[in-house]
Design a protein around this ligand. Structure first.
Ligand code: F6P
Length: 532
């Protein structure tokens, strides 16, 4: 591993600090556009399948060039190469992070033979299940959580236009029985395939739900568990002990939240078929190549990662809202939450030193236009500035162009409104038929003022194809890598999930026995309350 320099110890960091001190609070998007008629052209970027308009962000050429300098001082390109070639960049677990190898064409990435053997075997098996007349399968239930759930749960609806029309997909993740119960109610064991998805095959929630599914299957006349249960895991032995002998494996160098390209993507392959699954991988690979070879100044994952650091550490913005204007991407914000917050929600650097600056923002959102009727009020007039990332798709896969035009107009209008705002003077000059007659017009104008100058990025896809979705996801994986590399943290471990798991193991028997000895007063009181 190269001795990486943490961002706050570079010359570029001090220069950015100074730049922000001088210009940060006075930068105004409206005047930036007025001064520079080329602003849209110079701040919009092409990458495989994704066009990005960064011009509505609080940046200009000087900021971008300082940010590129920061990336160079922090050796982000060398760190990227180190990840791509399979060095153990996940230092606390001594492993590489080679999700990119899962989508490299045969013969081109590390572990290529292993990767393509499993891929070919899995896709051939998926095609046999997709022959529903022969397989008899009509329902696929993925039982998994976190990275073994969120990728397929996001991608299957996103690619609905490409999905098998006779297969229905269900996702069970929560150990709350309210998750699996309504799903099982709908099913007939003879038509159901359960995919037990778990990298470790030890995760409490998944194992518990898999047990419930097996019990239900046998109690409802299911006979051949070998035909109706399949496992996607790195722990083939544990799957066999559970009684599953069709297993598609992957490897410890695939992080859970980066695993949809591996056997964890089986539900996606079942939905869209082998050719489309390969197109998804191709799209991601195209983004990998873009990330690997494009100079920082035009490298979209680099630019987004740098922008994230600019907003988090210099502007102090604590969150980023994602607004996909495509209903198929309704689970994309949840997917990004795990990707970004589990990767970069860290408080020490690689050397274990506490960080004096903030790391992962809160990532959240809903599809447009739904979000507009819920929390966009706060984005426009609240006290916090929250950068928004719009995702617009030019061509729909449905037959209602009039709906699509309205959708796109809404997306454009929101980014425009965030930037332009509305002055008090403008508001005062407007007719307001719905306002109270009792309110002073001057006071009302303040309520109706929008400060504007609120930043947003707009990503545009031509169409939400498997290939485009692959590129879009890989773009986000790499931007998370870039901000993590600048912060000099390990984006590939997740020790923060351990403590709760250990305490849960202690509390579970106490819930049965009522033993509260040694517990803090609050937990003991709550435990009694839940038992009484
Ligand atoms: O929440 C922690 C975590 O380890 C995630 O990183 C992972 O995606 C999830 O649990 C599921 O783990 P597994 O695939 O091993 O069941």
């Amino acid at each position: 591993m190269n001795p990486a320099i943490r961002c706050d110890r570079t010359r570029a960091w001090s220069r950015l600090m100074e730049f922000h001190r001088l210009h940060g609070s006075t930068f105004d998007l409206r005047s930036a556009f007025a001064k520079d008629p080329q602003r849209f052209e110079s701040l919009s970027f092409e990458s495989p399948e994704v066009f990005a308009d960064l011009s509505k962000n609080l940046i200009d050429a000087s900021v971008l060039s300082l940010l590129a300098e920061l990336a160079r001082e922090c050796a982000v390109e060398q760190r990227r190469d180190s990840m791509l070639t399979g060095n153990p960049v996940n230092v606390t677990e001594g492993r590489p992070a080679l999700h990119t190898a899962l989508r490299a064409p045969r013969g081109q990435g590390p572990f290529s033979e292993q990767v393509h053997d499993v891929l070919d075997r899995m896709l051939a098996w998926a095609e046999r299940i997709r022959d529903t007349a022969a397989s008899g399968i009509r329902h696929v239930v993925n039982i998994g959580i976190g990275g073994s759930d969120l990728g397929p749960q996001m991608a299957v609806p996103a690619l609905d236009a490409y999905a098998h029309r006779d297969l229905r997909f269900h996702f069970v993740s929560n150990v709350d029985g309210h998750d699996i119960t309504p799903v099982l109610r709908e099913l007939d064991p003879s038509e159901t395939l359960f995919v037990i998805a778990s990298k470790t095959f030890t995760t409490q929630e998944t194992m518990a739900n898999a047990g419930v599914a097996r019990e239900w299957f046998l109690a409802n006349g299911g006979t051949d568990t070998r035909k109706h249960f399949v496992a996607t895991t790195t722990n083939v032995q544990a799957a066999a002990e559970f009684g599953i002998d069709t297993t598609f494996g992957f490897w410890d160098w695939v992080g859970g939240r980066y695993s949809l390209w591996s056997a964890i993507g089986l539900p996606i392959a079942l939905a869209i078929g082998a050719d489309n699954f390969r197109a998804l991988l191709d799209g991601a690979h195209a983004m990998d190549v873009h990330f690997a070879i494009t100079p920082i100044e035009r490298n979209l994952p680099m630019l987004l990662g740098l922008l994230d650091v600019w907003y988090r550490n210099f502007h102090g913005f604590g969150s980023r809202s994602v607004a996909p204007y495509h209903q198929g991407l309704k689970r994309f914000p949840a997917y990004l939450q795990q990707l970004e917050m589990e990767s970069n929600g860290k408080r020490v650097d690689l050397a274990g030193e506490s960080l004096p600056f903030s790391t992962s923002p809160v990532v959240w959102g809903e599809p447009g236009t739904n979000g507009q009727h819920a929390y966009f009020q706060m984005l426009h007039q609240g006290t916090d500035v929250i950068p928004v990332e719009f995702i617009l798709v030019r061509t729909p896969t449905h037959g209602h162009p009039e709906l699509h035009a309205k959708l796109l107009a809404n997306g454009l209008a929101q980014s425009q409104a965030l930037m332009l705002g509305k002055s008090t003077q403008q508001a005062a000059g407007e007719r307001t038929p719905t306002a109270s007659n009792a309110i002073d017009p001057g006071v009302l104008a303040h309520h109706r003022t929008f400060p504007g100058n609120r930043p947003s990025t707009t990503l545009v896809l031509e169409k939400l194809t498997p290939r485009a979705l692959g590129s879009l996801i890989a773009l986000h994986e790499h931007r998370v890598f870039v901000s993590g590399a600048l912060w000099n943290i390990n984006s590939f471990d997740q020790w923060g999930v351990e403590l709760g798991k250990a305490l849960c193991s202690d509390l579970l028997p106490r819930l049965a026995s009522g033993d509260t000895e040694g517990l803090d007063d609050s937990t003991a009181g709550l435990l009694r309350r839940l038992r009484d």
